[in-house]
Design a protein around this ligand. Structure first.
Ligand SMILES: [Zn+2]
Length: 323
């Protein structure tokens, strides 16, 4: 089949596959663009997202293509699903500011479901708000908008650099990991590992030594699980089969709380209320909304802990647009 006979789905699949496998072929990407631009009005949101992501990830400079995608994205904005919207604002598109305006409104409405007091936290209501939006993650830009509304500061750049170095170390030890026993192995696609890193600094009780440290956790079951009943994860609507109790951030926060309880520093409302210090969290991918909820529950339990957050961009499309 010649490229000229490709429909939008074939064209977007082709661009997407090359980007997923990391094969950079600029003449091919330009040829795809030449075929795609006149057909752009027939692209579905998913095809637009896949294509935009492919050009952005590969850093293929094709301005007419990005303009054409932007125009089509703006035309479908009114009916676009939140998940697609939050994905597309993380791609470097000419329509970025317009998308951010719409997304910020969605996030602002959603943020009203975040109570400022622990007794007002309602896991069922939180879940319902997420399922209404049919979204698993607000992505990099959308999550930052949410944290800004909630008053969770961006962690400093040097902290993010330390986090990335620690994560790189673990990644290098295992080399090129492949998912075993899955379709991804057959396709030879690299499994993307997802990490959460944190540093904490807690004011010790009078006369005791400082409580400082770092933690690094990875997504998935690692044999131990801290069961902290007062921090609840939330099943999410898009990838509903994923067990959010195994998210790196969730495991990290629950293990941290469990450690604090063992050391007699947390666990009762009185202890939690006086614990004072700082927790900085970095995630290698934008967090899912279940983990955002867990971090917020942590902030409600420990009102005197200063929570700061930063995240890498990760390769989110692999989970969002997987077919
Ligand atoms: Zn998560």
């Amino acid at each position: 089949m010649m490229l000229g006979e490709f429909d939008p789905q074939n064209l977007s699949n082709l661009a997407w596959s090359f980007a997923v496998f990391g094969f950079l072929d600029v003449p091919l990407m330009d040829a795809i663009a030449a075929e795609a631009i006149p057909k752009m009005q027939d692209y579905t949101t998913q095809e637009l997202a896949n294509t935009a992501w492919a050009y952005d990830t590969q850093k293929v400079q094709n301005q007419p293509m990005m303009e054409a995608i932007s125009q089509q994205v703006l035309e479908s904005l009114a009916t676009m699903q939140t998940q697609a919207l939050m994905f597309l604002i993380d791609v470097d598109l000419p329509c970025h500011e317009a998308l951010k305006t719409v997304a910020s409104k969605v996030v602002k409405d959603f943020s009203k479901g975040f109570p400022l007091k622990l007794e007002d936290w309602d896991s069922e209501r939180f879940k319902a708000a997420i399922w209404n939006l049919r979204v698993d993650s607000f992505g990099k830009v959308g999550t930052r908008v949410l944290w800004d509304i909630l008053g969770v500061r961006e962690a400093a750049g040097d902290f993010s650099i330390r986090a990335e170095l620690e994560i790189d170390k673990v990644n290098a030890e295992d080399g090129d990991a492949f998912i075993s026993g899955s379709d991804d192995k057959a396709s030879g696609r690299k499994h993307q590992r997802v990490f959460a890193y944190a540093e904490y600094d807690i004011e010790p009780p009078l006369g005791e030594s400082e409580i400082r440290g770092q933690m690094l956790f990875e997504n998935g079951f690692r044999g131990v699980r801290a069961d902290i009943k007062w921090l609840k994860h939330t099943p999410l609507p898009v990838s509903s089969w994923v067990d959010r109790s195994l998210c790196a951030e969730m495991q990290m926060v629950t293990m941290f709380c469990s450690k604090l309880m063992t050391e007699g520093l947390a666990g009762t409302a009185e202890l939690n209320a006086v614990m004072h210090g700082k927790l900085m969290v970095y995630t290698s991918m934008p967090p899912c909304l279940s983990c955002v909820g867990v971090l917020w529950q942590f902030a409600l339990h420990f009102q005197r802990m200063d929570l700061e957050f930063a995240n890498g961009s990760g390769c989110r499309l692999e989970s969002f647009m997987k077919r």
